[in-house]
Design a protein around this ligand. Structure first.
Ligand code: NAP
Length: 416
């Protein structure tokens, strides 16, 4: 049943995305909830919506259209509802399945760690998905940045990020330390803070499943399970083992292991098979620099994935252009990966690239691939012509500096 909303106005002309037989059913005029975001969210969301609308219009000539529906979180929600994350925002995203989001201020002392974490937890968005690729012309610290084209699936709910920790000197820390030392025969210093690292079969398998399915659907060559299982055997090592188990049991016909690639196929990858491999995290950080193009899909536990996402983004010129999404089984929230940069808010200055490219991921998720490709090509052309916002301008020689809205206009002009 459709939820009743107090402040959200559901547009009459759109339709809801639904799920049938485990597949998304996308109408030609899907209602997409949008959280504009705080600070520069206003600038980049306006630009992004214009770009996405133009690509859909140019591709499908009016046959398809996104029907945007404002939903609220952050400062705007505080003004409207007197709370940072109103329940009806969660209800709307769940009900309409796919949403777009700008950056949100992290409230200080609001009773929760971060609005983003709250959204992920409440909506059970267990995979943080970050594609990282190079756009020609963007300044990069490495010699061959074009070799990077990976998509990182980072587990989003567990690991040391689960927030189970106790401060040094508290009753709770003392209790846990005493139990570990006495009952479990450990020798933890009594002046320690304690954090817990849970990694479950459930959390690891659903993440691996999503990464492997993505590789199969997109005809990619490999999925690499990144872990530190040589040291943390029953958490990170188990993550690796559960990943292989999912590949073998659920995708046996479409996958082979790296060992099988050599033992059975003499190193020549058979058509239609995804190679499942694993790398220890420290080696992965080295290889993504030295053998960049040998990797396509990376599946990681939470902490490794956090580091690796930013390290990969840095290799192709930084976070300014890095898109992202948080996904559950079906519900997906596409978002800018940077923050609200309050000093630039409402100045029509910043780079909308991260949110625009998150919008591209969203179009792909809707299976509107032609429109997605049109935006990607137009971003490539615009940056190739050295028409860029201040952040790239200051690092590029001979570039023309444009505002956020002008950058969007240039992207639209360059759509072909
Ligand atoms: P930030 O907002 O990401 O900004 C840090 C710096 O990154 C900016 O000063 C700017 O650098 C550059 N930058 C960020 N976005 C840019 C863009 N679109 N175009 C060009 N440059 C960009 O990080 P912060 O200042 O640490 O955080 C501010 C607020 O955002 C905090 O409340 C934080 O909690 C929140 N936050 C939200 C999210 C989210 O919603 N996903 C993520 C991170 C942080 P220069 O000054 O060098 O030009």
């Amino acid at each position: 049943m459709a939820p009743r909303f107090k402040k959200i106005v559901v547009p009459a002309e759109g339709q809801r995305i639904t799920v049938k037989d485990r597949l998304l059913q996308i109408p030609d005029n899907p209602i997409i909830p949008v959280i504009e975001g705080d600070g520069i969210g206003r600038d980049i969301m306006r630009a992004t919506r214009r770009v996405l609308d133009a690509a859909v219009e140019k591709t499908y000539g009016g046959q398809r259209r996104i029907v945007w529906m404002d939903v609220y979180a952050g400062e705007k929600a505080q003004e409207l509802y007197g709370e940072w994350a109103p329940q009806e925002t969660f209800d709307a995203i769940k009900y309409f399945v796919v949403a777009l989001k700008g950056p949100l201020t992290t409230p200080i002392g609001g009773g929760f760690r971060s609005l983003n974490v709250t959204l992920r937890q409440v909506l059970n968005l267990y995979a943080c998905v970050r594609p990282v690729r190079y756009f020609a012309g963007v300044p990069s610290p490495v010699k061959e940045p074009h070799k990077m084209n990976v998509i990182i699936f980072r587990e989003n709910t567990e690991d040391v990020y689960a927030g189970i920790e106790w401060k040094k000197g508290t009753k709770e820390a003392a209790k846990v330390i005493a139990w570990l030392n006495k009952t479990m025969k450990q020798s933890i210093r009594t002046d320690s803070g304690i954090g817990i690292k849970p990694i479950s079969a459930t959390g690891s398998k659903r993440l691996a499943r999503k990464a492997i399915r993505y590789a199969i659907d997109h005809k990619l060559k490999s999925v690499t399970l990144v872990h530190k299982g040589n040291i943390m055997k029953y958490t990170e090592g188990a993550f690796r083992d559960w990943g292989y188990e999912v590949a073998r049991k659920e995708f046996g016909a479409q996958t082979i292991t790296e060992d099988e690639l050599w033992s059975k196929y003499d190193g020549r990858q058979p058509d239609g098979k995804v190679v499942i491999k694993d790398r220890i995290a420290d080696s992965m950080f080295q290889q993504i620099l030295t053998r960049t193009d040998e990797y396509e899909v990376l599946a990681t536990p939470n902490l490794n994935g956090d580091y690796l996402s930013d390290a990969c983004a840095a290799q192709v010129g930084g976070l300014g252009m890095a898109p992202g999404a948080n996904m559950g089984d079906y519900v997906a929230l596409f978002e800018a990966t940077h923050g609200t940069a309050p000093k630039y808010a409402d100045k029509d200055m910043v780079n909308p690239g991260s949110l625009v490219l998150s919008g591209v991921m969203m179009l792909e998720y809707l299976a509107w691939q032609q429109a997605a490709d049109m935006v990607t090509r137009a971003v490539e052309t615009t940056i190739g012509k050295k028409t860029v916002t201040y952040d790239l301008h200051r690092q590029m020689e001979g570039a023309t500096k444009v505002s956020t809205s002008e950058f969007a206009t240039e992207i639209i002009k360059n759509m072909a």
